[in-house]
Design a protein around this ligand. Structure first.
Ligand code: AMP
Length: 306
């Protein structure tokens, strides 16, 4: 059994001050070490907030940690690039990894515990494969249809993490709205007393949603990718003027003039069932979902229309 803490060498005075006045974030790389710390927290009757991530952290991830800190006694963040949720090996191998920087950021915001599994084998001792969950229709539309196996992979890793961390609450980003719905379903299937807290999407001043993948965009692509936000804003302001079908054509038009951009899908869906919407109705809440490639970078975003 192994528990260890790493102290990051902070390069500037502010970082050193923050570290001095705060505490040592526990960095745990084994399940056994994590379980020991979780048992200790539970013995002290402290609530646990959990923030699962794949690292390459940015202010979006930190917003989840900060929200968790407001309502939970202890916050556990995980960084694990989960192989089972990638349906494209190129996407997995090019996924950005910045562990030293991530550790410094989490220390700066006084996160209590970082679970940083040393290898996929730590989470998947019997082989890196997904379990099969009956996630229903919410997992088969949009991302489910375009990334076969993705949500089974997400559900599998979170099933393991929920069993290890035993959180009272899990904090997830609205940017991955469908993922939040899938996790709610997983929690029902697990009969686990975990509350899902959906945290608003953090954006750059331009409107572009913060994403780990943004660091793989060129400066020009970062500017061009603002078209995603512009299209969603247009949809929010103008949906009443159009049928869903013709609004869709207008939104696709936002990307026509950008040679580097390729729309994978744009969808209008019911905010609860995630069923596609063919006609507007007063009786439902509708969101727009957008996935666009800029070069070889896949960006995802969504927004409430009404
Ligand atoms: P990831 O590391 O991309 O798997 O994301 C980990 C968590 O951070 C997920 O719950 C995401 O929805 C959330 N997240 C990612 N980007 C943002 C953002 N811009 N604003 C809020 N949450 C985000």
């Amino acid at each position: 059994m192994q528990i260890y803490e790493k102290n990051c060498a902070h390069s500037n005075f502010c970082h050193r001050l923050a570290a001095f006045f705060s505490f040592n974030m526990k960095i745990l790389s084994s399940k056994a070490a994590l379980q020991l710390v979780i048992a200790e927290i539970q013995a002290h009757k402290k609530s646990i907030g959990f923030v699962p991530t794949m690292g390459a952290l940015h202010e979006g991830h930190l917003a989840l940690v900060k929200t968790a800190q407001k309502v939970c006694d202890r916050v556990v963040c995980s960084i694990f690039v989960n192989p089972t949720q990638f349906n494209n090996s190129q996407d997995l191998s090019s996924y950005p990894q910045t562990p030293e920087r991530d550790i410094a950021l989490l220390k700066e915001v006084n996160c209590d515990i970082l679970f940083l599994p040393e290898s996929p084998q730590e989470i998947y001792p019997d082989g890196v494969t997904s379990m099969e969950f009956d996630l229903g229709n919410i997992a088969s539309v949009m991302e489910g249809a375009h990334r076969p196996g993705h949500f089974q992979g997400v559900a599998t890793v979170l099933y393991h993490f929920f069993n290890l961390v035993q959180p009272n609450r899990v904090f997830m980003g609205e940017k991955d709205f469908q993922q939040v719905a899938v996790v709610r379903k997983l929690i029902v299937l697990m009969h686990a007393p975990i509350e899902v807290v959906c945290v608003p999407t953090q954006r750059a001043a331009s409107g572009l949603a913060l994403s780990s993948r943004n660091m793989r965009l060129s400066a020009q692509q970062q500017d061009e990718a603002v078209a995603i936000f512009d299209a969603m804003q247009y949809a929010k302001s103008n949906w009443q003027r159009f049928s869903p079908k013709s609004l869709m054509q207008h939104l696709i038009g936002f990307f026509d003039a950008i040679p580097d951009a390729k729309v994978e899908y744009i969808a209008f869906a019911d905010a609860d069932s995630l069923e596609g919407v063919l006609e507007w109705s007063d009786h439902q809440s509708v969101r727009v979902f957008v996935v666009v490639w800029f070069g070889d970078v896949r960006l995802i975003d969504n927004q409430l229309l009404f």
